[in-house]
Design a protein around this ligand. Sequence first.
Ligand SMILES: [Zn+2]
Ligand SMILES: [Zn+2]
Length: 136
Amino acid sequence: MTKLTGQCLCGNVKFEANGDVMMQGNCHCTDCRQSSGSPFATLLFMAEDNVSISGEVKSFTHQVDSGNMLVKEFCPNCGSQMFGRNKGRPGSLAIKVGTINEQSEIKPQFNVFAGSKMDCTALDDSIPAFDKMPPS
Ligand SMILES: [Zn+2]
Ligand SMILES: [Zn+2]
């Protein structure tokens, strides 16, 4: 059981999560880079039902290589990227780890889309790296 709390930059959007972390990892895909404004995004996945969100989020939906539709949710006031939902994987919620207060719980287990990482990004050799998304 992991308890997580977090908020956006302005504090209008807050969340509390209570449950098992399904997985967490770094994504270096172009979508994550552009939407986060950072060299890569670190995402932590929990069951949607275990996360309660307060405050209003705005969302942007786009299609990815796999054909799945991804929904990115952000604070409409300060623009912080908060959550991601994959319509092909209902029930699971990705939390952008930069919004999480409990830093000791952030332990990325893998790198995906390492094939499109930025040249300046050094990968942690102690965790697996996949050029794209490994087959699930
Ligand atoms: Zn905000
Ligand atoms: Zn990505």
